[in-house]
Write a protein that binds this ligand. Sequence first.
Ligand code: NAD
Length: 326
Amino acid sequence: MERKEAQTEINALRLQLDKWAQAYYTQDAPEVEDNVYDQKYRRLVELEGEFPELVTPDSITQRVGGQIDSDFTKVAHAIPMLSMGDVFSKEELAEFDQRIQKLVGHPVAYNVELKIDGLSLSLEYEEGKLVRASTRGNGTVGEDVTANAKYISDIPQILPQPLTTEVRGECYMGKEAFAKLNAERDESGLATFANPRNAAAGSLRQLDAKVTKKRQLSTFIYTWVNPPENIASQHQAISEMGKLGFHINETGQRLENLDQVYDYIDEYTKKRDSLPYGIDGIVLKVDDLSLQQELGNTVKVPRWEIAYKFPPEEQETIVREIEWTV
Ligand code: NAD
């Protein structure tokens, strides 16, 4: 392909992906299925790989996709809330593992977790008291949803210790709550939410926190941004956060090799439908926190973690959410 031809296709892809990302992240109302978005995104990555001189910092491949709704108070993230690299096959997962081994010089253990289908949430505590909750936004600046987070029952407002700390996790809507909400909306003649992820995002990102109160949101906390020094691994961090009263997902496992990871993937591919919450993949995280530090981040994603995405579920008809305030 000629450079000029590539530039034309890259421009068109960026325009299209930005438009879809805007609908997805800001309006919480996707215009296309995730796999359609993912395919175009991959094509852009491929073209930018072939023509690295055409990569620009404003490309969606070089920044966290979300934007901030200007009506919300903004919150600067002291440590950016990044996106995550993804793979779609076990072969690509093996390539990721090879890459890690090459970088650190030896095999590593992974903490393997379910990829919860919701939206990222940061919770900041001062002397044990919840003082701020925020969304990921564009990664460096998020939206202040502190008032909304007060209505999510599994978020501790006060910790059992006077810690000044930040944790992050996923805010989600369970399948039952999602079905109930959509049934109610349908009955009232309102547009239904396309999926639990959009319902969670549309319910948390509400300027009127009373709307959030009426929706049944939950969290799974999986990142301790500044853990105490005695915590050496992701697995341990999750378990200790559980002891502090955070809602953690108990299915995470520290696994020593890829065969065990593949078994985990097979197990949860089968169990996926019977879980009470939505998942769209499995996340592999280098378990050792000092190795995570060593591996660091790219401009967009941590190098020490990757998402294995499940193949798309049966196509659903996307019904766009029109009225957000009810
Ligand atoms: P992502 O949502 O695929 O992955 C990163 C996120 O995973 C994190 O921010 C975190 O919130 C979440 N996560 C869930 N469980 C986790 C766990 N156990 N550990 C760590 N993180 C966990 O990445 P993204 O950059 O937010 O979005 C890209 C994806 O969003 C695309 O792959 C696409 O499928 C979707 N998207 C769809 C559209 C659309 O129009 N349909 C538009 C934009 C983006």
